[in-house]
Design a binder for this molecule. Structure first.
Ligand code: SIN
Length: 304
């Protein structure tokens, strides 16, 4: 039987009693979706599923983003995130996600869920390295001063894929600049600064340091100050939670109510290997997707 055990932090729960190599029942899937809205980050321990099962499980939540760089052979929806070197080259992206961001806010259809399976986890002196850290943007919204909530109630922000790319390059990443074709493929887009979480019905702060570059309705200086204020607010330790990986963990998290950052505290000789699917929020904002799920009604709302 599927069991969901919340941890004692601001995010995070452990899910047991299911085998992700096989399709979840409608009821179990519905419980997982609700839990995502409530706990943000769900760990399914001891689920060393292969890339095909990872893809099938992930596709229940929505369409999968396809990236041309560093994917599983024959499966462009499954990215490899890894510092493992074979035949003199990395088998995956070695420094994916190593700064605060929310995946896919640079898309017109934003991200809903990430699904990562841990194949190699670096350890030192018996302690796991390469944790993924999260911060809770639902809790952070609630604590914002009333005047900020009012000022930004209908504001929108511009999100640019290239911004995170350049942050990483400034930090020393060897990734090449995005090509003109790649930039044209994903031009900057605007989303509300605050949006209502489709599952929990709570408001979230929907700008993140990786991709949000401008609050459209403010002058450039004011916009920069406001973004810096919001980023510092969300990054306060009281909203944060770190997942320390074990090989075989399948971790899923809700992009709409969190930011995350992969912690680069291991050396090139300490191998980390994750396989990842990125799920778009093409279904979760559709009231029929949530209404069709067994169990009590979920909160349903639109992005803006
Ligand atoms: C990501 O940002 O999607 C990667 C997170 C991780 O590797 O921990």
């Amino acid at each position: 039987m599927l069991t969901i055990e919340p941890g004692n932090a601001i995010l995070g729960a452990t899910v047991t009693g299911v085998d992700l190599a096989h399709p979840l029942s409608e009821t179990d899937f519905s419980r997982v979706v609700r839990a995502l809205g409530q706990y943000g980050v769900l760990c399914f321990p001891k689920q060393p599923i292969d890339a095909a099962a990872l893809r099938s499980f992930s596709a229940r939540f929505g369409d999968l983003q396809v990236l041309s760089r560093n994917a599983e052979p024959g499966m462009p929806e499954v990215s490899i995130l890894s510092n493992v070197v074979e035949n003199g080259r990395y088998i995956g992206t070695p420094d994916a996600g190593q700064d605060w961001h929310t995946d896919m806010t640079y898309n017109r259809i934003v991200g809903f869920v990430n699904v990562l399976v841990a194949h190699k986890v670096p350890t030192r002196n018996g302690k796991p390295l390469g944790a993924t850290e999260f911060t809770n943007t639902q809790a952070a919204y609630e604590d914002l001063p009333a005047d900020i909530k009012t000022t930004l109630a209908n504001a929108t922000a511009l999100h640019d894929w290239n911004n995170f790319h350049e942050i990483m390059r400034h930090k020393g990443s060897k990734r090449p600049p995005l090509s003109e074709a790649e930039r044209r493929q994903r031009p900057p887009v605007s989303h509300p600064v605050f949006l209502t979480h489709p599952i929990s019905g709570r408001k979230v702060i929907y700008v993140n340091p990786g991709f949000a570059v401008r609050i459209n309705e403010l002058e450039p200086d004011e916009s920069r100050k406001m973004l810096d204020y919001l980023f510092a607010h969300v990054l306060q330790p009281k909203y944060r939670y770190a997942h320390h990986w074990t090989v075989g963990d399948a971790l899923i998290w809700d992009h709409l109510g969190t930011w995350h950052c992969a912690i680069a505290d291991y050396t090139p000789e300490e191998y980390r290997l994750m396989k990842r699917c990125q799920v778009l929020a093409d279904k979760v904002f559709d009231p029929d997707f949530l209404k069709a799920m067994p169990g009590a009604p979920m909160r349903v709302s639109q992005t803006a």
